[in-house]
Ligand binder design. Sequence first.
Ligand code: SF4
Length: 358
Amino acid sequence: MSFSRINASAATSTRTRTESSPCSGMCVVCLDGCPGTCEIAMSALRGREMLYPQPFGQVTAGSAKEYPIDFSHFSIQGSCVGAEGMEADSDKAIFPNVDLSLEIGAKEKIKLKVPFFTGALGSTEIARVHWENMAIGAAICGTIIVIGENVCAMDPRSEIKNGRVVRSPEMKRRVGIFKDWDEGYGEVVVQMNVEDTRLKVAEYAIEKLGVRAVELKWGQGAKDIGGEVKLPSLKKALQLNDRGYLVFPNPEDPEVQKEFKEGVFGEFERHSRLGMVDEEEFYRKVEELREVGAKYVTLKTGAYRPRDLARAVKFASNARIDLLTVDGAGGGTGMSPWRMMNEWGIPTVYLECLLYNY
Ligand code: SF4
């Protein structure tokens, strides 16, 4: 039995003509003359466009792979004997008295009203558009919200001087919305990838916007590569190329510019680099962030193999950071290759078992 559904998915708007072979995903009878509605045929025609869930900028996506064990295999077990978190008294152990609050953090504590927080919302359009609702919701719930990677650099109104961000209206807006609704619980956290670190985004967020929590990012559950977005304009592609990102095809190339203007292709791609994790460098970076003024330092790790999870636990413990986020496979707010989202990383239940044992 195959756990994966291949060659046809709502994520890529593809389907097969007949029932499909579990091995290849192709129709059991692939017909000469079929217009080619499946992922393989569409890939042959549309190329890398078919790598990503569609339409880009308007969707979030989640893996369709059915692992043998998932959260539906667990049920919550109550008891009629005693009470947890309150007195075992029939008049006190009542619904309105349920308290889910907790504190997280190594030294200084972040108080949460609820035992969950949001995934990071970065520079994708869908994250930008829905930030206000999410940030207000997080503040009212009393939880953490994370501003994902690349927000300053993707902000067309950002000012960058001598290689560092000195102004970003979009970052200011995101931090400001949470703070306006802040009721003393939760926190707004700013995430850092390779490019954010180079642009000194943490320094800007801490010194100019009063941010207290910074997250170092090793990766995400949706993929093992850096963040990506599509860029529908040459101007934006040139701007991000100038800001140090990997932009494909090269927007500086006159031939590429000519082809874009003639409509040969309609979008550039912006890719972020992957950080190269090093133990000593990690400890140095955590200290550096604390010296700049970060009250809380957190780490998010991604769809890597078990020994990298062990590394994350060890480094996080040694550096006494405030929170380690372990992101299970596979979904995301934007541009992650669809097959990678399905076939990469450790499924969440298995990942949590490993984490518990470490
Ligand atoms: S090309 Fe057509 S017949 Fe062949 S696998 Fe794809 S959908 Fe099926």
